[in-house]
Design a protein. Structure first.
Length: 330
């Protein structure tokens, strides 16, 4: 009887886990993304990679993985793709290097971790999780963040592993325009100003988690850091409201505390996820002339993915298992 009881309990636990509601949304950056300038092959490549990442993250969640692990493993797929401005494929700084930022936040514990301006760690989002879980701090930067990550066993790489010809051409164009305008900084245009990857999830334990990773702004100088590693601006999670990962012109997302503002509007004004995200992205940011978008998820698994730019690489799988992959405005 005791053996049967244990078997039944194990079966019930496994069944309960598989029946738990889980959901995920991801983005690969927002910007001036036009169907007219996209070849069918390139569009298919973006959609295939988004589908691969979101499906992998969802399968982890269905198997009972913790939300923070699903977020990290999902974002790592995007960091390893040259299609996106994160990890391999990150944009160049003015000096011709890559400075990477990332953050992650757990909505249940309110614990968070972030790294900024790192150059030699293969996966910035892994480094952010490490800061969250294994340090008393929230954000580490530059050489200190790299030293902490290396001491903790994360893979170190040469900065040139992140090089791509497409991003080098973008740097050259930006620098040429800066020289012509006699401006050392600040004349970035369109997609030069932003590009990010991110994931938000609801896991089988009812926790919501958000993570974001980026190479930042093309031709950035002076150690510029955008919103992606800033908790409250580019990333935020609170089990009582929502989890958000942002992508856009980071200076505006920092000034308007975009990720946390969406969650606060849900928590204190009683807005739905969709309404809160839409107000911030399409009213507050538009009025401020801030381009970009967000992915957001609430504690019931509802998903919102609004953006005010021409396009946003995005994908989601809801609690019913419905898969969505999209790029342009609907």
């Amino acid at each position: 009887m005791a053996v049967l009881f244990l078997v039944n309990n194990a079966f019930a636990a496994e069944s309960s886990q598989s029946d738990a509601k889980v959901a995920i949304a991801i983005h690969g950056g927002a910007g001036t993304i036009l169907k007219s300038s996209m070849t069918p092959e390139k569009e298919a490549a973006y959609k295939d990679k988004l589908r691969e990442a979101v499906t992998h993250g969802y399968s982890l969640l269905k198997s009972g993985a913790k939300g923070e692990d699903a977020v990290v493993e999902t974002i790592k797929i995007l960091e390893l793709s040259p299609l996106f401005n994160a990890g391999i494929g990150a944009v160049y700084t003015y000096e011709g290097e890559h400075e990477l930022d990332a953050s992650i936040m757990h909505g249940g514990s309110k614990n968070a971790g972030a790294v900024a301006g790192i150059k030699t760690i293969k996966s910035p989002i892994e480094a952010a999780r490490l800061v969250m879980n294994d340090s008393p701090h929230v954000m580490l930067s530059g050489k200190g963040a790299e030293a902490f990550a290396i001491e903790s066993g994360l893979e170190q790489v040469d900065n040139h592993i992140f090089d791509t010809e497409f991003r080098k051409q973008a740097l050259d164009k930006a620098k040429a325009r800066m020289a012509q305008a006699s401006a050392g900084y600040g004349t970035q245009q369109g997609n030069e100003r932003f590009g990010t990857v991110g994931a938000v999830v609801l896991d089988s334990e009812g926790n919501i988690v958000a993570g974001t990773s980026t190479g930042g702004m093309t031709a950035k100088r002076y150690g510029r850091i955008g919103d992606s590693p800033v908790i409250g601006a580019g990333t935020y999670a609170d089990n009582d409201s929502c989890a958000v990962s942002a992508t856009g012109h980071g200076e505006f997302f920092i000034r308007y505390n975009v990720a946390a503002d969406i969650c606060a509007r849900m928590k204190y004004q009683g807005l739905s996820l969709s309404d809160a995200a839409n107000v911030v992205v399409n009213d507050v940011l538009v009025e401020a002339k801030g381009d970009g978008g967000v992915i957001a998820i609430d504690n019931k698994g509802n998903i919102a993915m609004p953006f005010n730019s021409k396009g946003m690489y995005r994908a989601s799988i809801d609690t019913a298992g419905k898969v969505t992959v999209a790029i342009y405005q609907d």
